[in-house]
Design a protein around this ligand. Sequence first.
Ligand code: ADP
Ligand code: MG
Length: 264
Amino acid sequence: MSAVAAVGTASEQPVVRLEGVHKRFGALEVLRGIDLTVAAGTVTVVLGASGSGKSTLLRTVNHLEKVDAGIVEVNGELIGYRRSGRHLRELHEREVLRQRSRIGFVFQHFNLFPHLTVLENVVEAPVSAQRRRRSEVEPEARALLARVGLSDKAGEYPRRLSGGQQQRVAIARALALKPSLVLFDEPTSALDPELVGEVLDVIRDLAVSGTTMVVVTHEIGFAREVADRVVFLHEGTVVEEGSAAQVLDAPRHERTRAFLAKVL
Ligand code: ADP
Ligand code: MG
């Protein structure tokens, strides 16, 4: 990277910034001081054993979980709170919903609305959460369905689709909000092996087009291919972080090596 490019990158505001994030459930401290920065247009893959805090970490970013300490910022905006002098005050639910509506979230189990058609699933949030006009949203929703290869399924109900198709609808639905950030929580873990590829293809396409993403996944080959950064979480702390080549091919930490030996 040239010096000029390096300076340009450093001065750009990160899309996500976590600083000293702690979260506990009762006696269990699930996140123990997480610092994390996600630059615009990059893909961050989060790895870690089951129970290491990956889902909780993602959920703090769009305020599905409140943090006990530390700060979460998206596009420079504090999530869930506003500054009031030296104190932080909680935002109203309405404000939280506004913040959340700018962050796409794709879940392991798709979470489509079963009583709505595929098209209605994609149209719903922009119309109800963002108060956009249906006539404007619908053509965009159809274009998104085309992008994930499901133009012909617009009128179907989710139960009539395969898991891979349902997850592609869920991705189209997340994109309909025109999010500045998309979070994926093990998007292929619930799929039969033969359906994993079609979903990863869609996510790869988003990566190529510069969508800022944080992806929790155990698909190491995919991580090696698309991740700009890989973060390895162990018991609520980031024990290792770096380029895919560094973390996946030359892990420095014993925990990372042990984890990779199991999943590879
Ligand atoms: P991962 O996604 O890495 O598997 P999670 O973030 O889901 O890990 O969970 C981390 C730990 O926090 C686990 O021990 C889990 O049981 C616990 N946990 C997660 N959510 C809750 C909750 N709402 N209440 C109590 N414990 C929770
Ligand atoms: Mg999880």
